[in-house]
Design a binder for this molecule. Structure first.
Ligand code: MLT
Length: 199
């Protein structure tokens, strides 16, 4: 997959996953804000929706192509394993930082693999899939940045995702903003404070 890897000074590795229409450069300033010492693996989604990179196909806004979601989730999982060997970082030190579509593929990794991450920061995520049993997530720290007026990820869906992850043992912190689907500076600062405490 197209990506950027920047070696850091600490053992933590921030896995950056952009939103629809973004690329592997978009979230680099976020990594600097959250943890300037960590290594950074920033990936570009392999799917193109009318020229806009994404991490998996959708049938329409908010309705995911489940077959492609599963295929791309496995593809990204394998890519992270490959990158760990290639760049010499520990697979157990990866912390996902995803926004929107990137948060949704990170959520899908959590739904389909046992402890794929040491922690996860999900900005404006949705429930990636329903009706499946989830792996255990004992003590997994998860930060969710949400919008009480987000037209894409309704607050009810945020609460549903919180419940689904918490039920499996994840320690979920939800931070609410009132700026729709936008990723705000306050939200990132709140994620940074959470990260400094938990990771
Ligand atoms: C998705 O398709 O993953 C969500 O609707 C968020 C987005 O608009 O990318």
């Amino acid at each position: 997959m197209e990506h950027v890897f920047n070696q850091g000074k600490s053992s933590n590795v921030l896995l950056l996953l952009h939103g629809t229409g973004g690329n592997e450069k978009d979230l680099l300033p976020l990594a600097e804000m959250i943890d300037g010492e960590a290594s950074v693996l920033s990936v570009r989604g392999n799917v193109s929706e009318q020229g806009m990179p994404r991490f998996f196909k959708r049938l329409r806004e908010g309705v995911f192509d489940e077959e492609d979601l599963l295929f791309r989730t496995e593809e990204l999982h394998q890519f992270i394993d490959w990158a760990a060997t290639e760049y010499g970082f520990s697979r157990n030190e990866v912390i996902a930082v995803g926004y929107s579509n990137g948060a949704n593929i990170a959520g899908s990794l959590l739904f389909h693999y046992e402890q794929p991450f040491k922690g996860a920061i999900l900005f404006h995520p949705m429930v990636p899939r329903r009706g499946v049993s989830l792996p255990t997530m004992s003590n997994l720290p998860v930060f969710i940045g949400a919008g009480s007026n987000d037209p894409i990820c309704a607050p009810e869906e945020t609460k549903e995702l919180d419940q689904l992850l918490s039920k499996e043992g994840a320690h979920v912190t939800v931070h609410w903003e009132q700026n729709g689907h936008q990723l705000t500076k306050q939200e990132v600062e709140s994620a940074r404070d959470w990260y400094q405490e938990k990771l």
